[in-house]
Design a protein around this ligand. Structure first.
Ligand SMILES: NC(=O)c1ccc[n+]([C@@H]2O[C@H](COP(=O)([O-])OP(=O)(O)OC[C@H]3O[C@@H](n4cnc5c(N)ncnc54)[C@H](O)[C@@H]3O)[C@@H](O)[C@H]2O)c1
Length: 442
């Protein structure tokens, strides 16, 4: 394929050289003539292990060229990849000036360059851009005005996941190739372009492709700060945090795993809230500020209140709360977020009916019984013996359990509004009118 790469920084140079050494005819474009000249000389404008060799090889073979002139790069190009910078503004939002400029350059180049034989060109963003940029900025750049004869343009988002320092290795071994594209021809083009990677391209909508990169980077940053806070607490307690975290990382079931990373409801139970509070106390008595850990409890509370506020704003008066314990297959109600939610709604005068497949008030005892008695003293009266009984006459169901009986009851006769706190109730429930996710749109 003939590919134009806009922006010859870390991402663009690695991408251009990677594609040029794997069967494609690539032209890199940059506004910085120094970078262009370096590539023409067969040298990399950025320091990345192995990159100089790839550039030398592809420039010598004639598969990689560089220019400051967009129309040269766009001549008969099948794909253009946007790898320009998207830095922060002083306010913290994303500065899309370079992206806008590159889009104008590409659009202008269409007037001068010959179209590819197929007549179809894909404009693919690889820069990190906020969700909505594709629909609000990239796609309109090619639909607002009439395109020159011979050109049809489709747009897409294909985030890049390479890390500086191992950029070349990461480019050839990405964690995934994710593409958000509306047009099937763009999907075909990008799948063909990355064919040598031997990866199944994951097709998602454009906004999800844009969002994914932020989720990845925020998670990586959070991991660093989590470890920082743990090690600061452990150091003052005279503990070798390296040893603790080495062993911590060996747990592939809960620690280094997808556990707790599926969108859903708040955490609770007899351990997590108590032990986070305890760690916060240890930090406090040692005069340590640990905002991430403190924010963990705060975020949990916010979610519970947000769900309550959403129910309240809906205007219904009769609510079925399906699932009361803090997670499935347990009757432990200690610090269950569903108990807190029930408490909030009852406090606001809602008629709340509760069903839980496991909780049986006759069998609750000890601290478990005490905890629910103080928060929901009338639990026996509120508890229904089946999901159907809880749902009868209610306008809103708040679903905190994926129990099959609950799912069946919702599918058979779901109320006007269903707020899903589980995220895995299945397409039968999700297809119902009035379905809403706690933190997602279906
Ligand atoms: N650096 C990384 O490790 C990394 C990894 C993944 C994604 N990203 C994302 O990729 C994007 C690029 O990052 P980078 O680190 O390669 O940036 P960079 O600053 O190293 O390179 C950007 C290049 O774009 C050029 N440019 C600006 N306007 C242009 C235009 N109109 N036409 C052609 N070239 C133009 C600049 O001169 C510069 O050389 C950013 O959105 C970044 O967030 C970066």
């Amino acid at each position: 394929m003939r590919i134009a790469v806009f922006g010859l920084g870390y991402v663009g140079t690695v991408t251009a050289a990677g594609l040029a050494t794997h069967g494609h005819q690539v032209t890199g474009v940059d506004v910085d003539s120094v970078k262009v000249d370096l590539i023409r000389d067969g040298r990399s404008p950025v320091v990345e292990p192995g990159l100089d060799d790839l550039i030398t090889e592809s420039v010598e073979a004639g598969s990689l060229r560089a220019t400051t002139d967009a129309s040269v790069a766009m001549d008969r190009a099948d794909v253009s990849l946007l790898c320009v910078g998207t830095p922060s503004t002083p306010r913290g939002d994303t500065d899309l000036t370079y992206l806008r400029r590159a889009l104008v350059d590409i659009r202008g180049a269409l007037d001068m360059a010959a179209p590819p034989d197929s007549g179809f060109h894909s404009v693919v963003v690889r820069s990190t851009v906020p969700p909505g940029t594709g629909a609000g900025l990239v796609a309109p750049a090619f639909t607002r005005t009439q395109l020159p004869a011979g050109w049809t343009v489709g747009t897409a988002m294909c985030p890049e996941f390479l890390r500086e320092g191992s950029g070349v290795a990461d480019f050839f071994d990405p964690p995934f190739v994710v593409l958000g594209a509306d047009a099937p021809r763009v999907r075909e083009a990008v799948s063909g372009m990355f064919g040598f990677l031997d990866r199944q391209v994951r097709h998602v909508d454009v906004r999800s492709a844009e969002a994914l990169k932020y989720a990845c980077n925020a998670f990586h940053a959070t991991k660093v700060s989590f470890t920082t806070e743990m090690s600061r607490i452990f150091r003052v307690l005279g503990i070798d945090s390296r040893e603790v975290m080495d062993i911590f990382c060996e747990d592939r079931t809960l620690n280094i795993s997808p556990a707790y990373l599926r969108p859903g409801f708040a955490f609770g139970g007899s351990c997590l809230p108590k032990d986070v509070r305890s760690l916060l106390h240890m930090a406090r008595v040692n005069s340590l500020d640990v905002p991430l850990l403190a924010g963990v409890l705060r975020t949990n509370e916010i979610l519970i209140h947000e769900v309550a506020d959403r129910v309240i704003a809906g205007g219904s008066r009769v609510v079925a709360l399906l699932g009361l314990s803090f997670k499935k297959d347990t009757d432990d109600l200690r610090e269950s977020p569903s108990v807190e939610l029930a408490e909030l709604l009852i406090g606001k005068g809602f008629d709340v009916r509760i069903y839980d497949p496991i909780v049986n008030p006759e069998r609750l005892m000890g601290s478990n019984l005490r905890s629910v008695e103080t928060r929901l003293p009338h639990l026996r009266r509120l508890l229904a013996s089946s999901p159907e009984e809880a749902l009868a006459g209610c306008d809103t169901a708040v679903v905190a359990t994926g129990d099959p009986e609950v799912v069946r009851a919702l599918c058979a006769d779901g109320p006007e509004r269903i707020i899903d706190l589980v995220g895995r109730l299945g397409s039968g429930v999700e297809a119902l009118a009035g379905y809403e996710g706690a933190g997602w749109t279906a």
